[in-house]
Design a binder for this molecule. Structure first.
Ligand code: ZN
Length: 472
């Protein structure tokens, strides 16, 4: 509703020397905030998160009050009235209104006639107007007021945009990312500096999910429907189906035969051989391998000889990881004895890759797609649902990390084969559309990971094209 202008109210001259009324900043401002909030909610309920870009509805009146005619004077009442119109409106409307005021030549009048106490009463909003006027918007304002990334011209700008995106609420981030032109988004991504922080890298996956026009909640809903369809097709409940998947693809549960058959003296000799071999590995290790090893040791882990436990994991098991501890068996030791460089890839894979990856998007989707009770029943057989669904992504990453240290013909993994295998498992375990978003989000993430080499990225791209038919 429009407030009648001072001139309409009493016919009194607008050239008034009355001091500006002391405004209780709370009452009317809070009301305005509330109205603006309701407007935003209404817009949201009517048609999604996007807010129609427009100058404020009261723009005509703003313009009229700033063009006071013959007296060339704008009252403090009018100035405060204008400021109130700008409070609590959506940032895009705020920006567009200020730009329009500037274009129409009334912004100068607004500042020239600013009441003397305006900066103490409404300093924040006046500073915002000035930043828009002078083209000095903060990264956050560029995103929320303009919803653009066209101001990003350097790696420093790109990092600022990254930090600002991270600081937004989920709703704001979604609105901003949906509005940003694809070319600007890609240009920003190209400038963004490589990073190593797992939280920051995981955030890039969140960003890409939104850029793909979906949400993690939506992915979870689609994945749940997919799991239910599979269960139904097999005449099973969801819990039974998941338990079957876990037992087919989970690890563990074998009996060790070789190690328990050895006499203590022989076991002792194997242990000594391991100590010698590990010393040689450490001496020969290149910086990234040594860094992964010493960091794990610093966290109370490292590499231990555990031939019995390794056998229990499975007859062909080479080594396994438990947190920061890499437990290795007989085969690993023989490989390291032949040539210490042959186990570098395994150390980087296990103590570097798996440790550094952090939370998986795909597993987060599964956690949202299933209830704790369903997962508990699914894992009652002792096999891990995580190794069937969540592990795929961290394994993919660990394979790519070990690529530069790969020695052809050594034991251990073969990234060329294993990357494809993990992608095929993601393709079968996740609903097609969900899997496609997972591999795109993973790509966005690893492209900014300082430890992923161009060759590793190229391998990933080649395999995604092969398995998913998606090109980057
Ligand atoms: Zn692994």
């Amino acid at each position: 509703m429009r407030e009648p202008s001072a001139a309409q109210q009493g016919g009194q001259s607008r050239r008034s020397h009355r001091p500006a009324p002391v405004r209780p900043p709370d009452g009317p401002l809070v009301d305005l905030q509330r109205q603006a909030g309701n407007r935003a909610v209404t817009a949201f309920l009517r048609g999604g998160a996007s807010v129609q870009r427009a100058v404020v509805a009261e723009y005509g009146e703003i313009q009229r009050r700033l063009r006071p005619g013959t007296f060339g004077w704008v009252s403090d009442t009018d100035e405060y009235w204008i400021i109130r119109q700008l409070i609590g409106i959506p940032p895009v409307d705020f920006h567009d209104t200020v730009i329009r005021m500037q274009a129409d030549g009334v912004l100068g009048t607004f500042f020239a006639e600013l009441p003397s106490d305006a900066r103490s009463v409404a300093g924040t909003i006046i500073a915002r107007i000035e930043r828009i006027r002078d083209g000095r918007m903060t990264a956050e304002e560029q995103l929320t007021h303009r919803r653009r990334l066209d101001w990003v011209h350097s790696p420093g700008d790109a990092d600022q945009a990254f930090a600002a995106l991270r600081g937004l609420s989920d709703a704001d981030r979604t609105a901003v990312l949906r509005a940003i032109p694809v070319a600007e988004y890609e240009a920003w991504s190209r400038l963004l500096r490589p990073r190593t922080d797992p939280g920051e890298l995981r955030f890039l996956q969140t960003v890409e999910v939104i850029a793909q026009g979906t949400t993690e909640a939506d992915l979870a809903a689609r994945q749940r429907a997919f799991l239910l369809r599979q269960a139904q097709a097999q005449g099973k409940t969801l819990e039974q189906f998941l338990r079957g998947e876990a037992s087919t693809r989970g690890y563990g549960g074998r009996r060790a035969l070789w190690w328990p058959s050895l006499r203590p003296a022989r076991q002792q000799r194997w242990q000594q051989r391991f100590t010698t071999a590990l010393g040689r590995v450490r001496t020969a290790a290149p910086p990234e391998v040594l860094a992964a090893l010493t960091a794990a040791e610093g966290r109370g882990g490292g590499i231990r000889f555990g031939p019995q436990q390794v056998e229990e994991e499975g007859a062909d098991t080479y080594a396994y990881r438990q947190g920061d501890l890499l437990v290795v068996g007989r085969l690993w030791l023989l490989t390291a004895e032949r040539n210490p460089a042959n186990v570098f890839e395994n150390i980087v894979h296990e103590l570097g890759g798996h440790h550094d990856y952090g939370r998986e998007l795909a597993w987060d989707v599964m956690l949202d797609a299933t209830t704790p009770a369903e997962r508990a029943v699914a894992m009652a057989g002792g096999q891990s649902l995580y190794s069937a669904y969540g592990y795929l992504e961290t394994e993919l990453y660990a394979e790519l990390r070990e690529l530069p240290f790969r020695v052809p013909g050594s034991r251990g993994d073969d990234p060329e084969h294993d990357v494809e295998d993990q992608l095929r498992q993601i393709h079968t375990s996740y609903e097609t559309g969900v899997g496609a978003v997972v591999v795109r989000a993973f790509r966005r993430r690893i492209a900014h990971d300082a430890r992923i080499t161009p060759a590793a990225l190229a391998l990933y791209d080649r395999k995604v094209r092969l398995v998913f038919g998606i090109g980057f």
